[in-house]
Design a binder for this molecule. Structure first.
Ligand code: ZN
Length: 127
């Protein structure tokens, strides 16, 4: 009887290509969104340094800034995640958990193509 090897199969390029295209497109969209957010940030408005805005307006600006900041952080996190997944594709390790080295469930990858860790490792991390 043959010894059962650790099952690590890399995905064929036909499978990876659409994933890579999808992720690249998503990354492009996110970077665009981030630039838009920078423009929406009231703190990046240089004219604000010159006007003597009322306290109310100032508070609204702060809230606006916080919202933009939070949205930017979310975008940043996704950008990092997608870049990581794209690197995994490049080095031929896409679909392999970066923590334990096991194959990530394909159902999971279908839902979240940018994911680079398996369910059990994610659960461990959440603890
Ligand atoms: Zn894992």
């Amino acid at each position: 009887m043959a010894i059962k090897k650790k099952q690590i199969v890399s995905y064929p390029i036909e499978v990876l290509r659409p994933v890579r295209d999808y992720l690249s497109e998503k990354l492009f969209g996110l970077e665009k969104r981030k630039k838009e957010l920078s423009r929406e940030d009231p703190f990046s408005d240089k004219s604000r340094l010159l006007d003597n805005a009322a306290v109310d307006a100032d508070a609204a600006e702060k809230v606006g800034h916080m919202q933009v900041f939070a949205l930017k952080q979310v975008a940043d996190k996704s950008i990092i995640q997608i870049r990581k997944a794209l690197t995994m594709i490049k080095i031929g390790k896409y679909g392999v958990c970066e923590k334990c080295g096991k194959m990530i469930d394909t159902d999971r990858l279908m839902i979240m193509p940018e994911i680079t860790i398996c369910v059990s490792c994610e659960k461990k991390r959440e603890k």
